[in-house]
Design a protein around this ligand. Structure first.
Ligand code: THU
Length: 132
């Protein structure tokens, strides 16, 4: 699947955003290693801290359907600027696709494809939990 097609899927996902508090819509499209796409959007809450980001929505949907191996995640936001993932999402993404990439797009600057390892250098992973 092309970067453009995955970004388009993320834009479709963004249409479902529930973001009445920030008015900032985010969409994500997650590509599994076997070619399936799961979309997600941000979902806010009157208790602001209960909001979930689009990236984690997409990942939770995929994982709960039995998929754990991912290649790429495209992320878009309503500003049309680069939708870099937040810190919590970088950690969450790293758990399942440390060797994958993040695809983002800016309306003026074009598309960037960034290795997950570059977004969260020296990531804390399950390997760090092994004693000794
Ligand atoms: N948001 C995401 O969906 N993904 C990110 O990586 C950053 C932030 C959402 C959460 C909230 O609904 C809105 O953007 C403003 O923070």
């Amino acid at each position: 699947m092309t970067k453009e097609a995955l970004l388009q899927a993320a834009k479709e996902g963004m249409k479902k955003s529930y973001s009445p508090y920030s008015n900032f819509s985010v969409g994500a499209a997650l590509l599994t290693k076997d070619g399936k796409v799961f979309t997600g959007c941000n979902i806010e809450n009157a208790s602001y801290g209960a909001a979930i980001c689009a990236e984690r929505t997409a990942m939770v949907k995929a994982i709960s359907e039995g998929y754990q191996e991912f290649e790429k995640i495209a992320i878009v936001c309503s500003n049309g600027t680069f939708a870099y993932p937040c810190g919590i999402c970088r950690q969450f993404i790293s758990e399942f696709m440390l060797d994958g990439t993040v695809i983002i797009e800016d309306k003026n600057e074009g598309i960037r494809e960034i290795p997950v390892k570059d977004l969260l250098p020296e990531a804390f992973t399950r390997k760090d939990l092994i004693n000794g």
